[in-house]
Design a protein around this ligand. Sequence first.
Ligand code: PLP
Length: 366
Amino acid sequence: MKLMTPGPTQVRANVRAARSKMFCNPDLDPAFYDFYKETCDLLEKALGATDHRAFILGGEGILGLEAACASLTEPGDRVLVIDNGIFGKGFQDFVEIYGGEAVLFTTDYLEPVDPEALRAFLSKDSDFKYATMVHCDTPSGVLNDIEALSRICDEYGIMVVADSVSAMFGERLNLSAAKIDILCGGSQKALSAPPGLTMVWVSQRAFQAMEERQVPIRSFYANLLTMKDYYQDQWFPYTMPVSDIMGLRMALDNFYADPDVYDRHERVARATRKAVKEMGLSLYLRRGMSNTVTVIRVPEGWTDQEIIGKMRKDYGIQIAGCFDYLAGKVIRIGHMGESCNMEDVQQTLRALGDIIGESGNSRQAG
Ligand SMILES: *Cc1c(COP(=O)(O)O)cnc(C)c1O
């Protein structure tokens, strides 16, 4: 099955091979601490981080979002949840689980958050410890300008937690130009390692806020402070998933070896959107589509499952439907990381065109 979903994405053979190598005891072997740190250094450099330290956590992408909220939220803290999609709104749950008061700033789900609208909102109420935001809200594929949004939050002294799980390594992001305190990523999206790891980039200011808390962090596994001094102390809070990390490192080496990554995401996404429109299908969003995923309205006379099922059964291609308010309404083609190449995308679009074309005719005739 060819994976053309917005995560997990295709995984290159050298990444799968790296995961099958002999491994050491990651708690006891000093060489592993060096390997882990080098990998984190590469993660920092890949996103232009100067003030942040990257960490790899053993757990799916969701762990990073929860760890950020667990580590920053003290009971009663007001947190601004910037919401123009399912993941955007979803931060409310993490904030509330850890005793924070989530205040939603909800904008049109069909387009990116307007930085000026955020500024206008904050000019009336800016008493927030931190704000949450999403780079690419994957269910709709809307891409927010988190560099601009985070800088506006910073003008008001508000820290920022940003979910770039489905955008980073496919959409350009420069941490030195942004004011993001905790950035969250996952292994199985554009970096194209299998699911299982979260990456977080944590600013000095975020660590300071964690250290200055009145109430201790109410989690162990999701406590980012436990990772802070792993290298000096040669101690991890739990045994690191060493094979997963060897795979992630190979995926990162692949990223570094490919200077065309961001331009290719742009080209492939543009070609996908164009082809979809030429097929007579409509894109879900009004504007602001991410270059990592294309979200298409289910055409009249079809269900999402019919299309997805035919793609699987007749063409061996896995695309995605959606959930929540978009359940049954859209289908999604992921073109990020290894899945972002013209050949696979064209094959996917041809299959989709065949299916829709074939039935459009028969349904009209019937
Ligand atoms: C995939 C994804 C996550 C992580 O979700 P999982 O269910 O753990 O894969 C978080 N945020 C966004 C925007 C995502 O696309």
